[in-house]
Design a protein around this ligand. Structure first.
Ligand SMILES: *[C@@H]1O[C@H](CO)[C@@H](O)[C@H](O)[C@H]1NC(C)=O
Ligand SMILES: *[C@@H]1O[C@H](CO)[C@@H](O)[C@H](O)[C@H]1NC(C)=O
Ligand SMILES: *[C@@H]1O[C@H](CO)[C@@H](O)[C@H](O)[C@H]1NC(C)=O
Length: 178
C-alpha cells in the first residue's frame, strides 16, 4: 500500500515536472521551429513529450515558471521567418536573435509588455509592421541594425514607437529608452 502510494507520488511529480510549459508558449516554440529551414541547429528534442521549460530546459530557452522568458539563439545560422504569433510569448523579457538569417517581415511585437532586450540585428528581416512597437512598454534595448529593411527607400519609424518608448538614441542602430 505504502509502496503504491510512493510510486504514485513519484509518477505524479514526474508528470508535473515534465509538462509545465504553458501550452500557448509551447505551441509558439514549435511554430518557430517549424518555420525554419534548418531547425536541427536548435538541437531541440523531437516532438515527443519533452518540455521546453524542463527540467532540463531546451537549449537556448529560459523559462520563468511555466512561461518562456528568454530565447537566445544568436549566431546559430538559422534561416527562416519568425511565426506571426510571436507576440503571444507574453512573459518574454530578453530575446537574442542576432547574427542569423531570419528573413521575411518581422511579426508584430505589440503587447510584449515585459520585453526589455531585443537583439534582432544582423539578420535579413525586410520589413516592420506598423504596430510593431505598440505596448512595448518595458523595452530598454532594441537592436535592429544590419537588416535590409526597405532596402531601396529607407524606412520610417511606425507611429507606435513614439507613443510607447521614450527615445534618447535616435541612431536607429540601437534604440533605448534610457
Ligand atoms: C528566407 O531565405 C531562404 C533561403 O535563402 C529562402 O528560401 C526563403 O524564401 C526566404 N524567405 C523569405 C520570407 O524571404
Ligand atoms: C518601403 O516602405 C514604404 C512605406 O512603408 C513602402 O510603400 C515601400 O513599398 C517600401 N519599399 C520597399 C522596397 O520595400
Ligand atoms: C546609439 O547607441 C549606439 C550603441 O550604444 C551607439 O553606438 C551610438 O553611438 C548611439 N548613437 C547616438 C546618436 O547616440
Amino acid at each position: 500500500m505504502e509502496v503504491g502510494l510512493c510510486v504514485c507520488v513519484a509518477l505524479c511529480l514526474f508528470t508535473v515536472a515534465n509538462s509545465i510549459t504553458d501550452p500557448s508558449d509551447f505551441k509558439i516554440l514549435n511554430d518557430f521551429r517549424e518555420g525554419l529551414e534548418n531547425p536541427e541547429l536548435l538541437k531541440w528534442p523531437g516532438n515527443g513529450d519533452e518540455d521546453p521549460c524542463g527540467p532540463p530546459s531546451w537549449p537556448h530557452v529560459i523559462c520563468s515558471g511555466d512561461k518562456v522568458s528568454q530565447i537566445q539563439v544568436q549566431s546559430l545560422g538559422l534561416i527562416g521567418p519568425l511565426p506571426q504569433n510571436f507576440n503571444q510569448l507574453s512573459k518574454l523579457s530578453n530575446l537574442g536573435l542576432q547574427r542569423n538569417k531570419f528573413n521575411g517581415s518581422l511579426p508584430t511585437f505589440s503587447g510584449l509588455s515585459e520585453l526589455e532586450f531585443a537583439y534582432l540585428d544582423y539578420n535579413e528581416f525586410d520589413s516592420i509592421p506598423s504596430d510593431f512597437f505598440d505596448e512595448l512598454s518595458s523595452i530598454r534595448v532594441l537592436a535592429l541594425d544590419y537588416n535590409p529593411f526597405n532596402a531601396s527607400t529607407g524606412w520610417s519609424l511606425p507611429d507606435g514607437l513614439a507613443k510607447s518608448v521614450q527615445l534618447t538614441n535616435l541612431s536607429l542602430l540601437v534604440l533605448g529608452s534610457h
